[in-house]
Write a protein that binds this ligand. Structure first.
Ligand code: URA
Ligand code: SF4
Length: 192
C-alpha cells in the first residue's frame, strides 16, 4: 500500500471520528497536506475557519506567511514538506485545543508520522511543541533548539500567527527555518 493510500484511509476515519467533542463543530476534518515521503513534517495547532472550510491545513493568512517563509529556504508543501496539526478538527472560536482533545487525536498524528516517517519534525507554536515533546516548552526561549525524540530531530518555533501579530519575530523564525533546511541538506536529500 502506498503512503498516499494509507493517508487516504486515515482521512476516511477522520470523517467519522467522534473521539472528542471537536467533532461537533467541524465542517470537515483536516488531515494534512504535502509530500507523503517528506523528510520534514510541520505540525501546527488546529484547523481554523479557512482550514475547516477547505479541508486543508494552513490556508489562511498564517498559512500564506508560512508558505512564503518556507519558500525562502527552499521548502514547500508541493516539493518536500508535509504539514499537519495536533488536532484535526476546528476548535470552537479558534480556542486552544484542550489537553484531552489533543490526547484523543494523538493516535492519528502518530499514524501520520509513522507513514511519512520524517527525519525532522518542526512544531510551530507553543501548543504544538508542548503537546508533542515538551510540556514546559517556551517558544521565545527555546525556539530553534533541536533535540532527539524517538529517533527524530524535533524543533519548536513561532506560530506564523504570532509573527503576524509581532513582526519582530519574523527574523527569528526565518533563522530557525534556515537552520532546519541546513540540517536536512546535511543529512540527505530532501525526499527519498
Ligand atoms: N493554524 C494552525 O495551527 N494550523 C492551521 O492549519 C491553520 C492555522
Ligand atoms: Fe477525532 Fe481528532 Fe476530530 Fe477529536 S479532533 S473528533 S479526536 S479527529
Amino acid at each position: 500500500m502506498t503512503r498516499t493510500a494509507m493517508l487516504k484511509d486515515i482521512l476516511a476515519e477522520l470523517h467519522s471520528c467522534e473521539k472528542c467533542g471537536l467533532c461537533h463543530g467541524r465542517t470537515q476534518p483536516v488531515l494534512g497536506a504535502g509530500v507523503p515521503n517528506s523528510k520534514i513534517v510541520i505540525v501546527g495547532e488546529a484547523p481554523g475557519k479557512n482550514e475547516d472550510e477547505q479541508g486543508k491545513p494552513f490556508v489562511g493568512r498564517s498559512g500564506k506567511l508560512l508558505d512564503q517563509m518556507l519558500a525562502e529556504v527552499g521548502l514547500s508543501r508541493e516539493k518536500n514538506v508535509f504539514i499537519t496539526n495536533i488536532v484535526k478538527c476546528r476548535p470552537p472560536e479558534n480556542r486552544d485545543p484542550l489537553p484531552e482533545e489533543c490526547a484523543a487525536c494523538r493516535e492519528y498524528l502518530d499514524r501520520i508520522l509513522a507513514i511519512v516517517d520524517p527525519k525532522v519534525i518542526l512544531c510551530v507554536g507553543r501548543i504544538s511543541a508542548q503537546r508533542l515533546f515538551d510540556p514546559n516548552f517556551r517558544v521565545t526561549r527555546q525556539h530553534g533548539e533541536t533535540r532527539e525524540v524517538d529517533g527524530r530531530l524535533v524543533m519548536g518555533t513561532f506560530h506564523p500567527a504570532a509573527v503576524l501579530r509581532n513582526p519582530s519575530y519574523r527574523e527569528l523564525m526565518e533563522a530557525d527555518l534556515q537552520k532546519l533546511a541546513s540540517i536536512i541538506q546535511e543529512t540527505e536529500v530532501l525526499v527519498d
